[in-house]
Ligand binder design. Structure first.
Ligand code: A2P
Length: 268
């Protein structure tokens, strides 16, 4: 009598699994990665989805991540902080091409063009990984159709933290879809708070002091023509809300568009 070898134990299929296609480590605190896109996923630039991994007990451990890639891209890109003892990012930072992660294909969020009334200038205010939704919006032709000028302001502790955004901005001019239409219409104002650079200080302080407007030879924020999107830490968002409301802008939503929208940059 021959003994049949036991059938291999089937590994439980990962729910909503997508495959990692590329990983870039920008600093010891920041990385970006690309994953396959579920064919059914439609999203508006600026929205986020839940992504994650299975924990040690096989349960999904998910966090909200803004989609950094434009809506026409065949893959999805994300930009993340690495939190050393963060339940998700302490593990997510080790992903490699070919690995699988969970991606729930239900995009949501308030940082969308539809939540803003028509205007002439669009201000994008970010700290740290809060630039991710703007990386999507800046590559969306609709942004450039709706606004004459876009002003991107990004504050990070160190110069290396700005690199993801700097390269994004640099690449826009060569973008086949929007390169020509956005030429000369983007103002980029990066600042560092912990390392000396060409522009230092929190963007909030530089707005209140008026330095930003002097540096860019630009008129101050005016609710009649200016719209704004804010994405950063909770404290940053609160400070920005106060500044924008002080300028006369009101917070908008999908159901009730107004002059500015805000979302927390999610930390894993
Ligand atoms: P600071 O160094 O003065 O705290 P990260 O998300 O990578 O930690 O970066 C946060 C960046 O945002 C830092 O440069 C930090 O400046 C800045 N920041 C933090 N809180 C605020 C705030 N309330 N207003 C403006 N900038 C802020």
């Amino acid at each position: 009598m021959s003994l049949a070898s036991p059938a291999p134990l089937a590994r439980p299929a990962l729910p909503d699994a997508q495959t990692v296609t590329a990983v870039t480590h920008w600093t010891d605190r920041l990385f970006s990665f690309r994953v396959t896109r579920p064919p059914s996923l439609r999203f508006r630039s600026g929205e986020f989805v839940m992504i994650g991994l299975l924990d040690d007990r096989g349960r999904p451990l998910l966090r909200a991540y803004s989609i950094a890639s434009p809506s026409w891209d065949g893959e999805l890109e994300f930009y993340s902080i690495k939190v050393p003892d963060g339940p998700l990012t302490s593990r997510l930072q080790h992903i490699r091409p070919g690995d699988q992660l969970i991606l729930r294909p239900k995009p949501v969020g308030t940082l969308v063009l539809d939540a803003l009334r028509p205007g002439r200038r669009l201000f994008l205010f970010a700290t740290g990984t809060g630039i991710a939704p703007f990386a999507s919006l800046l590559r969306d032709p609709e942004t450039w159709e709706r606004f004459e000028e876009v002003v991107l302001m990004h504050t990070c502790p160190r110069l290396a933290d700005l690199e993801y955004g700097r390269l994004l901005v640099e690449g826009l001019a060569d973008d086949p879809l929007i390169g020509e239409m956005m030429a000369g219409r983007l103002r980029y104002y990066p600042t560092t708070t912990q390392e000396p650079s060409a522009r230092t200080g929190r963007i909030t302080d530089n707005l209140v002091s008026g330095r930003v407007f002097a540096d860019l030879a630009m008129a101050p924020i005016d609710p009649a023509r200016d719209r704004a999107m804010v994405c950063g830490s909770l404290a940053f968002n609160l400070d920005m809300k106060a500044i924008l409301e002080g300028c006369g802008l009101r917070e908008g939503a999908n159901s009730d568009p107004a002059e500015y929208v805000v979302e927390k940059a999610f930390v894993g």
